[in-house]
Design a binder for this molecule. Structure first.
Ligand code: XCC
Ligand code: SF4
Length: 657
């Protein structure tokens, strides 16, 4: 019997555009994934090309019966074992991911510094409170100094965090005290971000570190330099300069594109340009110019994490998540797709060529052959943004009318759940605190917390694993915190409105959400904003009653459809921060049983957190729930929970009547 063909997506808009793409002969990641099967040795992490005696490919072990002689043969030319090779490949993914988040952060700090120095007039300090909080965190004198002066000190300190040769990254001080001690004891407290990435690259060079446990120490240190360093710097400085998100109503999916308007999609990760586009897109001169070209106005939408950034702060609608990027162009109404860095498929250019869409590169670090080049000038952001919008408007008359079709699919969402918002929402203006959240976890209405984050992956049904996992968690009273493309999947499935609580949650969680008026899945932002989840987890610890470390919390993390190296870096910093973290789709160390077991078991002894791999999203959710229940038991709050379960059974009975 032929294997059943896997559905490509659960999203109607995506399926509609896939059909259109296929009818128009457009190649997308979806069909390329069918044609290009993953290399089995590479996907297991068993291929090493770290020197020119290789590439060496280590075949899979024969299982338990493997003799020592057979085992000894399964090594590379230099003698590297499957364990070493898998570990080196794994930690190199961490290095790349940490580098990506941190280079994003560095750019944001540079823009912040230009603002503080008065070298650009287009950006300002929007969140003064956060500025002052950062000044306190860093021990900067406030007194009667101006915001600009304080900001400049903050910029210098943040800049120095990248190249710090010795000493600890400053934001690690925000972690629970016990966690900091664990890191110091193991020797993984991160120094400068650049230093950790460089040391990791050195240690994975041919003939250096060949002990997988030792390699993983540097893996953890580098990942922590991301989570409690680069990513956290990005989030905090962005909040200062662009505003800390507060609850915002918006919409998501291709239905946000407007046929009669100039449609501009901003895709990538850094919010500076996106912020400026948002600020000038309704500029009266530009709107008049668009009208002169026959459009009714200018419609800005986001894609991937940039979308999360400007939706969280301004309610700008989201076009779609990672696997929808090529299909957005297939609607035939995108005048320009403006890209900066990360998660931008090279395939976009070929798709753009089949329509009138202009693909516009804006960042010198990230060029796509054939795409237009309109660089973002950080000294003159406003002018750059205007030039880009003008280019989009100029392209409006070139629409190929016969190729236009916008799926009538869009969903409402409420987003903007920064740590500060959660604090305020639960505690109120005068007593902002996490106390009500902790109380509801202790009394069992909320069973636990889950961070569901990460990408889409063309090797699994688009959005399906995210949505199935999240629904299973909600049904079991687990409050979900989400970021990145996972958050967008949840939003498209209608899980980010308060009304979702009644439909999808167990009675305890539903009651809490309805009382507070919040959705059961809290959108916390882009992937760099996973740092917000770390801060929220720390706030729960500090509020008391649930242990004294992140690893004590009834909480778990997951990235069911992950694909990027950034996701591995995120997973590793969650694990190293004490979180049980489940990945789906595929796992990049399967070629080494011993190393995988270290990730799945051994790490827990050191960190109190560990990795898991489970491609079935419902089973993965159940693993998370079982972990949450173990933690509840250890805290002695499992009894309270049992009573609530009884109520749930009663409620089901009531519903039947
Ligand atoms: Fe990229 Fe950030 Fe992954 Fe989405 S979730 S595919 S990394 S856009 Ni960050
Ligand atoms: Fe092969 Fe060793 Fe060179 Fe890797 S480092 S390619 S295992 S010889």
């Amino acid at each position: 019997m032929a294997a059943e063909k896997q559905a490509k997506s659960i999203d109607k808009a995506t399926l509609e555009m896939l059909a259109k793409a296929s009818a128009e002969g457009i190649s997308t990641a979806f069909n390329r994934a069918e044609q290009m099967k993953p290399c089995p040795i590479g996907s297991d992490g068993s291929c090493c090309k770290n020197c020119a005696m290789g590439p060496c490919r280590i075949p899979l072990a024969k299982g338990k019966d493997e003799t020592p002689e057979e085992h000894a043969k399964r090594v590379g030319v230099c003698g590297a074992t499957a364990e070493t090779i898998a570990a080196r490949n794994f930690v190199r993914m961490i290095a790349a991911g940490a580098a990506a988040h941190s280079d994003h952060a560095r750019r944001v700090v540079e823009a912040f510094k230009l603002m503080a120095e008065g070298k650009t007039k287009d950006f300002h300090i929007i969140d003064e409170q956060k500025l002052l909080k950062l000044a306190l965190d860093f021990g900067i004198k406030i007194g009667d100094r101006t915001n600009q002066e304080i900001a400049l000190d903050i910029a210098h300190i943040c800049e120095a965090e990248f190249g710090k040769q010795n000493g600890e990254l400053l934001f690690t001080r925000l972690a629970p005290a016990k966690r900091q001690e664990i890191w110091r004891k193991i020797g993984v407290m991160p120094r400068g971000i650049d230093r950790e990435v460089v040391e990791l690259m050195h240690r994975t060079h041919m003939g250096v570190d060949q002990d997988y446990q030792n390699l993983m120490l540097q893996g953890s240190r580098t990942a922590l330099a991301d989570g409690w360093g680069g990513s956290m710097i990005a989030t905090e400085i962005q909040d200062c300069m662009f505003g800390t998100p507060t609850p915002t109503l918006s919409e998501i999916n291709f239905g946000v594109f407007k046929e009669e308007m100039v449609n501009l999609v901003i895709h990538g990760h850094e919010p500076a340009l996106a912020e400026m586009l948002a600020a000038v897109s309704q500029d009266s001169e530009l709107v008049a110019y668009a009208k002169a070209k026959g459009a009714q106005g200018i419609n800005l939408a986001g894609m991937c994490c940039t979308a999360n950034e400007i939706m969280m702060r301004h309610g700008i609608p989201i076009g779609g998540n990672y696997l929808q990027q090529e299909l957005a162009i297939v609607t035939g109404v995108i005048e320009a797709m403006v890209v900066d860095i990360q998660c931008i498929m090279q395939g976009l250019q070929e798709v753009a060529c089949c329509y009138h869409t202009r693909l516009i590169n804006t960042d010198a670090r990230s060029r796509i052959t054939g795409a237009d080049w309109l660089p973002f000038d950080e000294y003159h952001p406003r002018e750059s943004a205007k030039a880009i919008i003008k280019a989009a408007i100029d392209n409006f008359p070139n629409r190929m009318k016969h190729k236009v079709r916008i799926p009538e699919v869009k969903t409402s969402l409420i987003a903007g759940f920064s740590h500060e918002t959660i604090n305020y929402m639960l505690g109120g203006l005068f007593r902002a605190s996490y106390r009500p959240l902790n109380d509801n976890i202790i009394n069992g209405r909320i069973r636990g917390l889950a961070g569901v984050v990460g990408c889409n992956n063309a090797r699994t049904t688009h959005d399906s694993d995210h949505v199935m996992m999240i629904k299973e968690l909600l049904k079991n009273d687990v409050l979900v915190l989400s970021t990145g493309c996972a958050a967008m999947a949840a939003a498209k499935a209608g899980l980010m409105v308060p009304e979702a609580a009644r439909e999808f949650c167990g009675p305890g969680l539903a009651e809490v959400c309805e009382t507070v008026g919040m959705p059961p899945v809290l959108h916390m932002g882009a992937c760099v904003d996973n740092s917000r989840i770390l801060i929220a987890a720390t706030a729960v610890v500090k509020d008391g009653g649930l242990g004294d470390d992140i690893s004590d919390l009834p909480a778990a993390g997951a990235a069911p459809e992950w694909m990027s190296e950034k996701a591995i870096a995120i997973g590793q910093y969650f694990v190293s921060s004490g979180v049980y973290t489940v990945f789906g789709t595929t796992f990049p160390t399967a070629g080494s049983k011993e190393f995988s077991e270290y990730l799945f078991q051994g790490m827990e002894e050191l960190y109190g957190g560990k990795w898991a791999f489970e491609p079935d999203p419902v089973k993965a959710a159940d693993l998370m729930i079982a972990h949450i229940d173990r933690k509840r038991k250890a805290l002695g709050i499992d009894k309270a929970r049992e009573r609530v379960l009884y109520d749930m059974a009663m409620r089901r009975e009531l519903e039947k009547e």
